[in-house]
Write a protein that binds this ligand. Structure first.
Ligand code: VGL
Ligand code: ZN
Length: 258
């Protein structure tokens, strides 16, 4: 007998039992926690989320993620890093180095943070959201928050290393020109289920969750272990990810999902 809730859907409790006693035995999930960009610049540096429109406290994800790690729930743990060269196209102070495409509504002279100029990159037009200079390779801002637990045998994946294209997703750059190491790590470890968390909800965590679904992974987004840039961005991203089949979870229910 299946216990259905008011919407006629299987209840969470029923699913939990079905998962634990049947599905998990058959599917034998291999789980990965992908901790996206929990770096100083997004917490207290140049792109501190508390100074972004949503005004969120990015540091508060650290104890939530540490608690998940301390419970040893995952087969694979991956830390990702936004890892930009000095001349990266997303930095507002690099606009002077760039050529604008004729279709750009934003000019070199008045480009500011959050504008989206269209650059001409060797004859290719590429629109880019502008950010303050952040996460330059090897800088303090690019380091993980010092309280974040770093487990042994974890993988460390860098993204955003090409000066001419941004990379919000930990799988691909924004134009899908090249992949990071993430998909080969997950394939080599035979991962089936990807859990994502970190910074920022509506940017890099959201893009990573989307690409995780597109790669065929069952994907869980741990919402209380993520903080975002803008409230409307967060709610739009949430609706979009739900429509793609991402499971939006609270960290407290993760032990019953893995
Ligand atoms: C990110 C803005 C620019 C992120 C990275 O990690 O969410 N956001 N670069
Ligand atoms: Zn970046």
């Amino acid at each position: 007998i299946i216990d259905l809730d008011n919407d006629g859907r299987i209840s969470k409790e029923e699913f939990r039992c079905a998962w634990l006693y049947w599905l998990k035995q058959i599917l034998k999930p291999v789980t990965a926690l992908v901790i996206v960009d929990v770096q100083n610049d997004f917490i207290s540096g140049s792109l501190a989320l508390r100074e972004c429109p949503a005004g969120q406290d990015a540091e508060s994800v650290v104890p939530v993620i540490n608690s998940l790690l301390e419970q040893n729930l995952f087969d694979v743990v991956v830390y990702t890093y936004d890892w930009h060269p000095e001349n990266h196209l997303s930095f507002v102070d690099n606009v002077a180095l760039r050529s604008m495409h004729p279709t750009s509504k934003v000019t070199k002279e008045d480009a500011k943070v959050h504008d989206e100029p269209v650059f001409d990159i060797g004859g290719v037009s590429r629109q880019q959201h502008l950010w303050p200079r952040h996460c330059t390779q090897g800088s303090w801002g690019s380091e993980l928050h010092s309280d974040l637990k770093v487990v042994e045998n974890a993988f460390h994946v860098k993204k955003g290393t090409n000066p001419d294209v941004d990379s919000y997703s930990a799988f691909w750059d924004n134009d899908k020109l090249s992949k990071t190491e993430l998909s080969s790590i997950l394939a080599q470890k035979r991962v089936t289920d990807v859990y994502v968390c970190g910074l920022a909800y509506d940017v890099c965590v959201g893009y990573t969750a989307n690409d995780s679904v597109d790669h065929g992974f069952r994907t869980v987004f741990i919402e209380d272990a993520a903080r975002g840039v803008a409230l409307d961005g967060i709610s739009k991203k949430r609706e979009f990810l739900l429509s793609k089949g991402v499971y939006m979870a609270d960290s407290a229910e993760v032990p019953s999902l893995v």
